[in-house]
Design a binder for this molecule. Structure first.
Ligand code: ARG
Length: 580
């Protein structure tokens, strides 16, 4: 069910009949205030300007040709030529019944599913995942879930950084520890941060070690078996660390989704050869460089995109060009979405421009760099530990659960200790995720434990609590929601507001998918929960004096609210519980 889409189709037909040229945007929007109806068609003003006619007269002509008698009871002109549509309660009721009977709550699947490659999470394996990877991981995961819910075919790609020059240093260090007989799992790689620090210290201070490290990179990248074996040992441990985080975060990434930088190694020489053959890459001080006029600075100097180092080594950039080729030409992607920190914007503009010119990206493939802002501490600077170090993601999530446990302990509960621990886990992790996902993707935000764990305001705990309240009605009433039979009728204004919101899930998902912005779904769920609370205050459900058919209708509404909250939160990767 997509009321907006339905109205767009009707509006387009009416505008054509009213003599408006084809392709004019009907500008159908949800009304912001009840007095403006439920939806508005705002396209008359723009069309009148183009036709040099009177906008109110044109609006009237459009209305005369508008066939919405099945949906609307009133259609009226307001102001300079807005067309306000008031939907019929019967239309809302039948649509709600259909949504209630549908496994996807009336959300349709894309008529033409797209193939979407989503590059997200993509940590560097030299170290453990830190807070900087939270956003890429959970924003990407939410968008993936929404795409799949709408029927698109998604290829998850965890573009892990496993191939940079640091790996020479890491495997050289690893080799020495192995020779000393040190237990890898329990000691050497138990803490990757310490391991990295020790290796780096040797690289900087120890005579001969840096040379060995450089030698090992070259050997590794040219397929030396000994180095490959050491490298694999290291990578396996690091991937395991990431997988523990994914599991804690309730993120859908699996091992088979890893398409790391190393996977493109064999394609890199070919990338450079193509760039040279097409005259795109030129030698500059021994390096291979693509000069991009499109990104010239204000002095007119083109932007220099280095694709091969002077020693012959390949770069992060080379790998991203190979990835474009694989995703667009081999996988045949319609869209490529990449969730990376905004600080990499220039890099991805360079990649796209170069890849388009070289034919690594087909015209039909939309390449969408989806940047995100930085997570800040209370001091307004990037989030750090008290001593100024980077915060390990695993530690952050552990703290979230322990803070949630403390918070929940203050509430009365008859639940067992196990059940409470499970609830605390869902609340703690959910709180971190919702706090992040609910901010506009591109803005920086301040990470604050107290506000994200609050039971008031737009937070995961509030929504999880709202869900338990809705579902508790069925326990109180002693009925299984699935056993409800009867019809919905929309009478009270609070019922109408709730009904309309329930029917807008598909519109919200459309927006979230088009712009890769989960915050719109977060906002929607919060509004839905708030409208439910107002409905519940104004419209008794289980009181003795409520007529049986009214009670059934309201229970059906409650049921759809519960399912919508659970589905929406699940699309954000946030778990619900029946009691808390
Ligand atoms: N590993 C990179 C980082 O941690 C992110 C990789 C993003 N994806 C890509 N195709 N470059 O910054």
């Amino acid at each position: 069910m997509n009321i907006r889409q339905l109205l767009i189709e009707r509006a387009v037909a009416a505008m054509a009949a009213a003599g408006v040229p084809e392709g004019t945007n009907p500008a159908v929007t949800q009304s912001t205030r009840a007095q403006f109806g439920d939806y508005q068609i705002n396209g008359a003003m723009g069309a009148a300007k183009a036709l040099k006619s009177n906008p109110r007269e044109l609006a009237q002509k459009i209305i005369d040709n508008l066939d919405v008698s099945d949906l609307a009871h009133t259609v009226e002109i307001a102001g300079p030529g807005f067309i306000n549509i008031h939907l019929k309660p019967e239309f809302l009721a039948t649509s709600l019944m259909a949504a209630n009977a549908d496994a996807k709550l009336g959300v349709s699947e894309h008529a033409q599913p797209q193939k979407v490659v989503v590059d997200f999470s993509s940590p560097n394996l030299a170290k453990e995942m830190h807070v900087g990877h939270l956003r890429s991981t959970i924003i990407g995961d939410a968008v993936v879930r929404a795409l799949e819910f709408r029927g698109d075919s998604v290829v998850r790609q965890n573009h892990m950084g496993d191939w940079g020059t640091q790996f020479g240093m890491l495997i050289a260090h690893l080799e020495d520890l192995l020779n000393q007989g040190i237990d890898l799992e329990k000691v050497a790689l138990a803490d990757l941060e310490t391991f990295y620090r020790d290796a780096k210290k040797r690289f900087d201070d120890e005579e001969g070690f840096a040379d060995k490290a450089r030698d090992y990179v070259v050997k590794l990248q040219s397929g030396d078996a000994h180095c490959a074996k050491l490298w694999q040992l290291f990578i396996d441990t690091s991937v395991k660390h990431s997988e523990e985080v994914y599991q804690k975060l309730n993120v859908t990434l699996k091992r088979e989704d890893i398409m790391a930088e190393s996977a493109y190694n064999d394609a890199l020489a070919g990338v450079i050869a193509t760039l040279q053959a097409k005259g795109l890459a030129k030698e500059d001080q021994g390096a291979q460089v693509v000069f991009l006029d499109e990104l010239a600075n204000k002095d007119g100097e083109p932007s220099a995109f280095i694709v091969q180092k002077s020693g012959g080594g390949f770069l992060y950039a080379t790998t991203d060009l190979a990835a474009c080729d694989y995703r667009s030409n081999q996988l045949g992607a319609d869209r490529i979405l990449i969730f990376v920190d905004a600080r990499q914007s220039l890099h991805f503009s360079q990649v796209e421009l170069t890849a388009r010119k070289a034919g690594f990206l087909r015209d039909e493939t939309s390449y969408e760099f989806c940047p995100f802002g930085t997570m800040m501490g209370d001091d307004g600077k990037p989030f750090k530990t008290r001593t100024g170090g980077t915060v390990k993601l695993a530690d952050l999530l552990e703290e979230a659960v322990s803070r949630a446990t403390e918070k929940l302990a203050a509430r009365e509960s008859e639940l067992s200790a196990e059940a409470r621990a499970e609830i605390a886990r869902k609340v703690g992790i959910g709180a971190v995720k919702y706090a992040d996902l609910s901010k506009h993707r591109t803005s920086d935000y301040i990470f604050n434990w107290d506000s994200m764990l609050s039971f008031e305001g737009a937070t995961a705990p509030y929504l999880q609590y709202a869900y338990t309240r809705v579902s508790s009605i069925f326990r109180k009433a002693g009925i299984e929601s699935a056993a409800l039979t009867g019809a919905i009728s929309i009478v009270e204004p609070q019922e109408k507001a709730l009904a309309l919101k329930l029917l807008q899930l598909e519109e919200v998902l459309d927006l979230m998918i088009a712009e890769a912005t989960p915050h719109v779904l977060c906002g929607y769920l919060y509004e839905l929960a708030s409208l439910y609370m107002s409905f519940y205050e104004a419209c008794p459900v289980l009181k003795d004096d409520v007529a049986a058919d009214v009670r059934t209708s309201r229970l059906l509404l409650c049921n759809l609210v519960a399912k919508t909250l659970a589905t929406g939160l699940d699309l954000l990767g946030i778990e619900v519980m029946e009691q808390m």
